[in-house]
Write a protein that binds this ligand. Structure first.
Ligand code: UT7
Length: 351
């Protein structure tokens, strides 16, 4: 039986570091002003979320989500010892695509220089859960022999679609820009305790309006309701969130999917080196660790310095700690995620 192996890993964050203090003074063009633009502060953000800083792309009109994806993908392909032309399928998770259509995966394909190659391109829209959803898709494709070298990417450019005013502060402080990628392929071993061992993906659409960004509503004419001279009216252009409902459902979904992953595989924390939760809020992750009785020394977080990069958090966190020498080749990881939709899931895999 064909099994799936992770062949390579890579990540990318832009150079610009935006601290909580600087965030307070940024206008909607990300330019630091003399006076406070958003009534928030470092103490509130750190206490409620654990976030100290995040990364933003330069606001020069030259960087898109596909460019962040390209950086991470190029590193993952090199890490796998492959060339872009070896990739026969791209699965790209993002909630901040370059355009409404076409999908960002085809733009990445062109930027990788493989537009003329026979390569299937999928965009998936499961927000913070996209990477685990994508792992499940990639695993199924490889097990059936459909594709042999799948590039799975999570990439987000959040900083251009946040509300830089006090009205939007609950959401705006959480998010950062970044990307992570993996290359997956068939394994030469049939060892059921290596490669992708387990994936689960769940959804509950009754939470759809608890965390959303409309931008347009196709049932309306005109379908975009935007007045550049009246920012107060432009609610549809910014994300909206019922933070408390998201928080509670995130803890529940991540605890349940973590416990199910262990129960269904028969693995225990003795068999697993690292727990890599989605990075939405450090307080969510602390609660998940407490309730699911996860050994705290096995937990990897990066939200303190990258914020929430949505589809990118899982590969970005693994790659960050690999670069720091913590995560090593062959380590077994349990990852659980939760996001808008609501969607959630878990995966166990060796890196
Ligand atoms: O991947 C999923 C992504 N999203 C999440 O995971 C978010 C989950 N939810 C959360 O992380 C939390 O709900 C937040 C961190 C977003 C908010 O924390 P909270 O404890 O639920 O705060 P709250 O919304 O109940 O607001 C408490 C107070 C309010 O002021 P008043 O009415 O008590 O005077 C807010 O206006 O805090 C105020 N507030 C802020 N103050 C300073 C809300 N946002 C901010 C802010 N800075 N950024």
């Amino acid at each position: 039986m064909i099994r799936t192996k992770i062949l390579g890993l890579g990540s990318y964050v832009p150079d610009r570091i935006v601290t909580n203090d600087e965030l307070t003074y940024l206008d909607n063009k990300h330019v630091r002003q003399e006076t406070v633009q958003t009534e928030t502060n470092d103490a509130w953000i750190q206490q409620r979320t654990g976030i100290a800083e995040r990364r933003y792309v330069p606001n020069d009109g030259n960087t898109a989500t596909s460019d962040l994806a390209l950086q991470a993908a190029t590193k993952a392909i090199a890490d796998a010892g492959l060339q872009p032309g070896d990739i026969d399928c791209i699965i790209l998770g993002t909630l901040s695509p370059d355009f409404h259509f076409p999908g960002t995966a085809v733009i990445l394909q062109k930027k990788l220089g493989i537009a003329d190659k026979n390569c299937a391109c999928f965009d998936i829209r499961q927000q913070c859960s996209a990477f685990v959803y994508g792992m499940q898709m990639a695993d199924a494709f490889i097990r059936t022999g459909m594709y042999k070298r799948i590039l799975l990417v999570g990439a987000e450019l959040h900083s251009h679609s946040l509300d830089f005013s006090t009205r939007g502060r609950d959401v705006m402080v959480l998010f950062g820009d970044g990307a992570g990628a993996m290359v997956l392929g068939p394994s030469e071993t049939e060892d059921a305790k290596s490669g992708i061992i387990y994936t689960s993906a769940h959804a509950d659409g009754s939470g759809a309006m608890d965390l959303y960004l409309k931008i347009f509503e196709i049932k309306k004419l005109p379908y975009v309701d935007y007045d550049a001279n009246d920012r107060e009216q432009n609610q549809t252009m910014y994300p909206h969130m019922d933070g408390k409902r998201v928080f509670l459902n995130a803890v529940r979904g991540m605890v349940m999917s973590t416990q199910a992953a262990l129960a269904k595989t028969g693995l225990t924390w003795d068999d697993i080196q690292w727990f890599v939760p989605h990075q939405a809020n450090l307080r969510i992750n602390e609660k998940v660790v407490e309730v699911a009785k996860i050994p705290p020394a096995k937990v990897l977080n990066t939200i303190q310095f990258y914020g929430n990069t949505t589809a990118a958090t899982v590969p970005l966190t693994i790659d960050h700690w690999r670069q720091q020498g913590k995560v090593k080749k062959g380590d077994r990881i349990l990852s659980s995620v939760f996001g808008s939709g609501f969607t959630w899931g878990a995966a166990i895999f060796t890196i």
